[in-house]
Design a protein around this ligand. Structure first.
Ligand SMILES: [Zn+2]
Length: 278
């Protein structure tokens, strides 16, 4: 896909300083390096395992590198699509912030390492993405291509939409009131609805003036949806549980709902909770 707009300014870029490696630049890092030298060991690997702290500079606005610019472009297209969708519901869309990080990050939902993959934190309305996930998509999951990356961003934006519409709240309230099994089913429905919203974004984005879909784009997104289904995705979560560490549904379910969103473009068709279960 191509985006000819200037990109969303709602990007926070913490890749240069934030994250575990940044600790090396601070006092603790220096001490670890000295201790490491004293004992003749390289302890830098250990440092990068430490929980992330926000020490580096976080730049707000459209990043200047290609991957960052592309991310800001996709985000801008989601803003335009959801502006119109919310307006059609008689509501006002509030833009999320997309936080780029490297290695690890501190969010209102706790600290997270890159291993958990992209996630959305309802507590601070931010989407967290380490762009190295794009390499994972390509190398580990065989889902290469810029549109696969765009799909992942659109899925996380979908969680933001659920937060604004109160859908995720309802799920939160169900916790403890329903059985563990039922709760897990509900969280899968929430994930599948985020996939539906990603499809809905793709449907409407192609009509935006700054957007151009390339041949094969849809296949890229479907490959990604297929590749990162629970039945294929090896869970690598570590550290604290983040909201997106729930089960996501099978590859077939994910592809089904993305496609449905893409084909209908109709937000009323996205009630994954009351749809017959696949
Ligand atoms: Zn999700």
């Amino acid at each position: 896909m191509q985006w000819f707009g200037k990109g969303s300014n709602n990007v926070e870029d913490g890749r240069s300083g934030g994250g575990g490696k940044a600790i090396l630049g601070g006092g603790v890092g220096i001490i670890v390096v000295i201790v490491g030298l004293l004992f003749g060991q390289d302890l830098t690997g250990l440092v990068s395992q430490m929980p992330a702290t926000e020490q580096g500079e976080v730049k707000k606005g459209v990043p200047t590198d290609e991957a960052g610019k592309f991310t800001a472009g996709v985000l801008e297209s989601t803003e335009q699509v959801w502006d119109a969708q919310f307006a059609s519901l008689g509501k006002q869309y509030e833009y999320p912030v997309l936080r780029l990080f490297r290695d690890g990050v501190q969010s209102a939902c706790g600290s997270a390492s890159s291993a958990v993959g992209p996630f959305y934190c309802p507590g601070d309305h931010k989407i967290y993405i380490d762009l190295s996930f794009n390499d994972d998509l390509k190398n580990k999951f065989g889902a290469a291509g810029d549109f696969a990356q765009a799909y992942v961003i659109a899925h996380e934006v979908g969680h933001h939409v659920q937060n604004l519409l109160g859908t995720s709240d309802k799920l939160h309230q169900a916790r403890g009131r329903v059985s563990e099994v039922e709760y897990n089913k509900l969280s899968v429905m929430l994930e599948l609805q985020a996939d539906f919203y990603a499809g809905l974004w793709a449907h409407h984005a192609q009509n935006l003036k700054d957007f151009k879909l390339d041949a094969g784009d849809l296949d890229e997104a479907l490959t990604a949806a297929n590749a990162i289904g629970d039945d294929r995705l090896q869970k690598q979560s570590q550290g604290q549980v983040v909201p997106d560490a729930f089960t996501h549904g099978t590859s077939a379910q994910r592809m089904h709902w993305f496609k449905k969103g893409y084909e209908t473009g109709d937000i009323r068709q996205g009630d994954t909770f009351n749809a017959p279960r696949l």
